[in-house]
Design a protein around this ligand. Structure first.
Ligand SMILES: *Cc1c(COP(=O)(O)O)cnc(C)c1O
Length: 423
């Protein structure tokens, strides 16, 4: 029985590809993240196939999951990277993604980060403000470099997604309002060390309706026509990321072919290179978080399934009210119970779900939280001095630890007591 692509029950045990999750649990202990190498490759390839009629460059949004093994998987397929910090540039380079395929986004690029990106020779900066343009110009001229830029336009469309991940409305901090972007392009063209090559948008994340994309891309096409009239040579259109995934059971995902045809019909006639920055839609459904039941606690009004994964491992439910499917690793239990599934962290917000009907569970049973490949491990912390959940990658019948669990000693050794305090 298929649960998600490359995740299925074989002989009543949940498998990632051809490895049973209980086999991994025996060796690495819970909680742990587990990713399917083949699922990542398949979602990347779905993009290249859908866009095969356009000149495109896929720049995977590193922030969704920046593990080196994941970046290497994508580098091997020819992917570029969309990065939002100097740290992510280093991660991408270190996994073998060439600087010529890196685009640098983000509202607060620092002097050091810009200088490093210029030095490496990245493909382009996605600029979000006038002061940033000026700083890039100054740093580029000082080192005799030409910085290729796109300006991130805020098209003022409603992405109809969660408020914390919508970015394309005029009240958001992102981009330059489309209403005064024309002047900013004039300003950019007047600066030394700057090569104006493109236009960029990113309207939000987890968009399951394609209409907002259509609206944004249509506005973008009109805007580019105006820039061309103004004498700018626009050869690159960066359409951002944001395509949603199915979190719910049998939830229909937005279709990549339909997305591609919208891009083609709105922007194809402009003969530009199209850059995409998908994150979640590449890795989201390729990963799970596996956890064990610590206690089943009966309250007055509800039953709690207390598990050994917490909000420090996966913050999406408490931060975005996100829904994640939860399934047992062993699916032989027929009886159902209603649970609040909670973690060990001393916060009421450490709740994965409330009133969920799940197979009746007992201490030490393994459960899987699905759709955790994106914005899972990367957003984790050591809050409550909890060790990190290690990350595992499965490829067919083999699995490898791609990030180990630190020991308590390693964790505590990161901190120092000043001499004057230990006297
Ligand atoms: C977060 C982000 C992305 C990726 O978004 P997904 O929803 O994961 O596809 C792409 N571009 C920019 C600028 C981002 O901030």
């Amino acid at each position: 029985m298929d649960v998600k692509p490359y995740i299925s029950y074989i002989n009543n045990k949940m498998h990632i590809e051809n490895v049973s999750l209980d086999t991994i649990a025996e060796q690495v202990e819970t909680p742990f993240y587990c990713y399917s190498h083949s699922a990542i490759k398949a979602s990347y390839t779905a993009y290249t196939t859908a866009f095969n009629q356009l000149d495109t460059m896929i720049c995977y949004a590193v922030k969704a999951n920046s593990n080196q093994a994941i970046l290497k998987t994508l580098a091997n397929l020819g992917s570029g990277a969309d990065v939002v910090s100097g740290g992510e540039i280093r991660r991408a380079l270190s996994a073998g993604i060439p600087a010529s395929k890196i685009v640098f986004s983000g509202v607060a690029k620092t002097k050091d980060e810009i200088a490093f990106a210029l030095d490496q020779g990245i493909f382009q900066f996605n600029v979000e403000s006038e002061p940033e343009l000026l700083l890039i110009s100054q740093l580029a001229t000082q080192t005799n470099k030409l910085a290729a830029i796109s300006i991130r336009i805020n098209p003022n469309v409603c992405a109809k997604t969660h408020a914390k991940i919508t970015t394309g409305k005029s009240e958001n901090k992102f981009g330059i309002p489309i209403t005064n972007a024309r002047q900013v392009y004039q300003y950019a063209a007047s600066l030394p060390g700057i090569k104006v090559q493109g236009v960029d948008v990113h309207i939000g994340s987890q968009l399951t309706d394609l209409q907002p994309f259509r609206e944004a891309f249509a506005k973008l096409a009109d805007f580019i026509a105006m820039l061309t009239m103004d004498g700018h040579d626009i050869s690159v259109i960066d359409i951002g990321g944001g395509l949603g995934i199915g979190y719910g059971e049998n939830e229909i995902e937005p279709d990549k072919n339909e997305y591609a045809s919208i891009v083609k019909s709105c922007l194809g006639h402009l003969n530009c290179k199209i850059i995409m920055e998908p994150g979640r839609s590449i890795v989201g459904n390729a990963g799970v978080l596996v956890s064990s039941v610590v206690y089943v606690k009966k309250g007055d009004e509800r039953q709690f399934l207390i598990i050994d994964a917490g909000m420090n491992d996966l913050i999406r439910p408490s931060m975005y009210d996100a829904y994640h499917q939860i399934l047992p690793v062993d699916n032989t239990e027929q009886e159902m119970s209603v649970y609040d599934v909670v973690g060990p962290v001393c916060e009421t917000g450490d709740t994965f779900t409330k009133n969920r009907e799940l197979p009746t569970a007992k201490t030490d049973d393994l459960i899987t939280i699905l759709s955790c490949g994106a914005y899972g491990s990367v957003m984790s912390s050591h809050y409550n001095t909890r060790l990190n959940a290690p990350e595992i990658m499965v490829n067919d019948a083999q699995f490898s630890v791609i990030k180990p669990r630190l020991s308590y000693e390693e964790l505590i050794a990161q901190e120092t007591i000043p001499d004057w305090l230990s006297q």
